[in-house]
Ligand binder design. Structure first.
Ligand SMILES: *Cc1c(COP(=O)(O)O)cnc(C)c1O
Length: 400
């Protein structure tokens, strides 16, 4: 059971090899894919089955039980590996399930260094679940990569970063952090949910593990909850696959299909997210009733040069603080928005607005939150792919 999946991956590696020289836009559509073996279906069928007929015990076609492997999920996993320039993809029931699997590589007594401006759910998983099992987490500012070294000791096994960070849009220098990680033989995992491989491919910059909440941009249509990991190294893939199968937080065939379909338009959507993001960031910057705007594409962003060098563009995620800077000022604005929907999540075709302090980051204590800049008045926008003019009009009528 353990080796079956890896064999599938290795055989599909050949398919990837033949399509390896494709550029990114082509890989979103073809990477790791082949027409279905049964009837040549161009889209992988939704193999809605838990089990597979065997001719004699162990005599199967590479699939025996859908927790271990399912052809639709394998198709997604191969696509993920291809677009992130990795060798192995693993798909999970949610982004948090994917993070959970990575932390399960560790043992009691091990330490993790992570950023203080982290997705709230990741912070909660680390603090409220894994600290109980004797793993220690350090949450630190990482805008200057060298400062990480102070927190690395003989017990450190993993550095966990997000860039751009959520919701403060800080940029972490992946290449610099990966050099530190290698120097100290520590694994580096990058949550690439915000950037997506359209903007940056952390494995190429030296990271060991790339993680996604595929719920967001990869799925892209706000209709599914899925998580993903991609790695290059076979031994690491084996260990993660063992955890995926042993703990069982896999994603189902229908959800795998939806993310596969989403990935095929990732590059086109991202291009528009970036164009709209830029227009809205500049609109907010010039608005007299806006106090502060956080977006990595501004030349005065503290890590603009790093963003420019490691990302292809600057994305569609923006945070801002309205003038007045009170909880009520922010609430009034998000309630007035009509084209932007007030909702958790991000990365879908539709524009969303969120209030981190009361929504995505409510699980982080107020003092912790405010230390990293997530103040009560902060509003986060996930800029969608609607017409720019409609989005700007909507913000105009809401920010008064
Ligand atoms: C949403 C999100 C997650 C968690 O993913 P789920 O699919 O909701 O479990 C992790 N990291 C980031 C940056 C996210 O935005």
């Amino acid at each position: 059971m353990y080796s079956a999946k890896i064999t599938i991956h290795l055989s599909s590696n050949k398919i990837r090899m033949s399509k390896n020289n494709l550029k990114f836009n082509s890989k979103t559509i073809h990477g790791g894919q082949q027409p279905d073996k049964a009837y040549g279906a161009v889209m992988p069928p939704i193999y809605q089955t838990s089990t597979y007929a065997q001719s004699s015990p162990g005599g199967h076609k590479g699939f025996e039980y859908s927790r271990s492997a399912n052809p639709t999920r394998t198709a997604l996993e191969n696509s993920l590996a291809s677009i992130e320039n990795g060798n192995y993809g693993l798909a999970f029931g949610s982004g948090l399930a994917a993070i959970d699997a990575v932390i399960k590589l560790l043992n009691p007594g091990d330490e993790v260094v992570s950023t203080n401006d982290l997705y709230g759910g990741s912070y909660r998983l680390f603090k409220k679940i894994f600290e109980k099992y004797g793993i220690t987490f350090h949450f630190i500012g990482m805008e200057n990569a060298a400062s990480i070294e102070d927190y690395i000791n003989s017990k450190t096994k993993l550095i966990w970063i997000e860039t751009p960070t959520n919701p403060m849009m800080n940029i972490i220098d992946i290449t610099a952090v990966s050099k530190l990680a290698k120097k100290h033989s520590v694994l580096l995992a990058v949550d690439n949910t915000f950037a997506t491989p359209y903007l940056q491919t952390p494995l190429d910059l030296g990271a060991d593990i790339v993680m996604h909440s595929a719920t967001k941009y990869l799925g892209g249509h706000s209709d599914v909850v899925v998580g993903a990991l991609v790695v290059k190294d076979k031994e690491l893939a084996d260990e993660l696959y063992f955890i995926q199968n042993a703990s069982g937080a896999v994603c189902g065939p229908m959800d795998s299909f939806l993310v596969l379909r989403g990935i095929k338009t990732l590059h086109v959507r991202m291009q528009r997210h970036c164009e709209n993001g830029k227009a809205i960031a500049n609109f907010l910057l010039n608005h007299p009733k806006v106090e502060k705007v956080y977006w990595p594409g501004f030349k005065n962003h503290p890590n603009y040069e790093i963003a420019k060098s490691q990302m292809k563009d600057f994305g569609g995620m923006i945070s801002f603080i309205p003038k007045g800077s009170s909880y009520e000022d922010a609430i009034k604005i998000v309630e007035k928005l009509k084209v932007f929907t007030l909702a958790e999540s991000l990365g879908g075709v539709e524009s969303l607005a969120g209030h981190p302090a009361s929504m995505t980051h409510a699980s982080i204590p107020k003092e912790e939150r405010e230390k990293s800049g997530v103040v009560d008045a902060l509003i986060r926008l996930s800029v969608g792919i609607e017409d720019q003019e409609d989005l700007i009009e909507d913000l105009k009528q809401a920010i008064t």
